[in-house]
Design a protein. Structure first.
Length: 237
């Protein structure tokens, strides 16, 4: 368990009255500890209010990497490079990682972090994923979608094109702190576009015959999609 195990952890668990929150606290405590270097980067990112993957999502990614042993990984949304470095650290097989980031400041910070970690398997592409994705050559065995939530639906056609048969697409933060479950009238006006687009995205990956999708409560909600193998369920590209 993490450092919170013991009396402090039990007290934290007891303070959570919502069963879902208690399960979340317990699940996070049981995840395998990350490396000291990644832990330091995690603390640095959180102190600067940079959104990074939550412990449960990190644990899910580690399990998927062990299961898939991917040779090619694509990440849409680098931020400061934390999740790409998690994948680089824990992927059990030789692999290459392509990660895309639109924000110049975050891309510069990610490059700095990749250099600091000696992560020469990671290639950072700076720019709008909508412009970069059509030029990429697949297939990718594992794709991690963690960009601007309102853009997921925009990137989806190219992401599916790039996903290998039997490959996995993991879409992070799809529940947006539960807002996606609420009526659009219960969402603030400024968030309604994201709310609408994320619902469209969840419907698209659930109804597309090329994909088999399950929605998970992990972290802030994750959608796990597997591209079906063979001709069954395939649409013409």
């Amino acid at each position: 368990m993490r450092e919170q195990q013991g009396d402090g952890f039990l007290q934290q668990l007891a303070q959570q009255r919502d069963p879902a929150e208690r399960i979340s606290v317990l699940a996070e405590s049981l995840h395998a500890e990350e490396s000291p270097e990644l832990r330091a980067l995690e603390k640095e990112a959180l102190s600067e209010n940079v959104p990074i993957i939550r412990p449960q999502t990190r644990g899910l990614i580690r399990c998927l990497l062990e299961m898939l042993a991917p040779s090619k990984i694509l990440e849409v949304g680098t931020a400061v490079g934390y999740s790409a470095l998690v994948m680089d650290t824990y992927c059990p097989s030789p692999c290459s990682i392509v990660t895309i980031e639109r924000d110049p400041e975050r891309a510069a910070k990610a490059r700095e972090n990749f250099k600091r970690f000696g992560a020469d398997r990671i290639t950072l592409m700076e720019g709008d994923a909508a412009d970069i994705l059509p030029g990429l050559v697949g297939p990718f065995d594992f794709i991690f979608m963690d960009a601007a939530k309102g853009q997921y639906i925009r990137f989806l056609p190219e992401v599916i094109r790039l996903l290998a048969p039997g490959g996995v697409l993991l879409s992070d933060n799809v529940l947006k702190d539960g807002e996606i479950l609420a009526s659009k009238f219960a969402v603030t006006r400024r968030d309604r576009t994201i709310h609408k687009r994320m619902r469209e995205y969840l419907a698209a990956i659930s109804e597309d015959e090329r994909l088999c999708t399950v929605l998970l409560e992990t972290g802030d909600g994750a959608a796990l999609s597997v591209r079906r193998r063979g001709a069954c369920g395939q649409k013409t590209e």
